[in-house]
Ligand binder design. Structure first.
Ligand SMILES: [Zn+2]
Length: 186
């Protein structure tokens, strides 16, 4: 018998759909109640925030790093000196590594975010921070053959209960651009 024509299959499909809709409504209601009872607070200023961890005012205080910057250290330039020119810091004290990139300047709001993720269990920040890392490191990672995280000492890892870098990298690898590029679809 054709599955489309089976009455029992049809009733089962409708029941599953109804249960799924009920579950969705319950989840939505529970999330709403939780938001009212325990609103998410901005990591930096502790004001209630709608969405991911930082309010609009604190978001505006984050200094995202964009070109032009030193090709070795990633330090932002106030003007574009032309391709390949290094910062004074990279020339006077050459680092042991080839290139480094950062998503934001490590100022007060950025520092608060990093500390909240690392030391205060604010793992809800990881998706946004992982996306910032993905954007900042795209150029380097596109040319890389492997990505090797530096492991934490086991005692520190135990005290934090999670591996911050692995969590952030997870979000990097699940960004649509990376997945599409490495699956040969773009
Ligand atoms: Zn804030």
């Amino acid at each position: 018998m054709d599955a489309e024509a089976s009455p029992s299959r049809s009733i089962s499909t409708h029941l599953r759909g109804a249960l799924s809709a009920c579950r969705g409504a319950w989840v939505h209601a529970a999330r709403l109640a939780l938001d009212i009872a325990l609103p998410t607070l901005c990591v930096a200023c502790r004001e209630p925030v709608d969405g991911e961890g930082v309010c609009a005012e604190c978001w505006a205080r984050l200094s995202f790093i964009a070109p032009p910057f030193c090709p070795k250290l990633g330090i932002p330039f106030v003007y574009d000196p032309g391709p390949g020119l290094l910062s004074m810091e990279a020339i006077s004290d050459p680092p042991a590594y080839q290139r480094a990139r950062a998503a934001v300047r490590y100022d007060d709001v950025a520092r608060t975010l990093v500390h909240a993720l690392k030391y205060q269990d604010r793992t809800d920040l990881a998706p946004a921070m992982g996306r910032w890392m993905a954007r900042a490191g795209r150029e380097l990672l596109e040319e890389a053959d492997a990505l090797v995280p530096v492991p934490l000492h086991w005692r520190r890892s135990w005290s934090r209960r999670y591996f911050t870098l692995i969590m952030l990298v997870n979000f990097y690898f699940y960004t649509p651009r990376y997945t599409l590029r490495h699956s040969g679809k773009s």
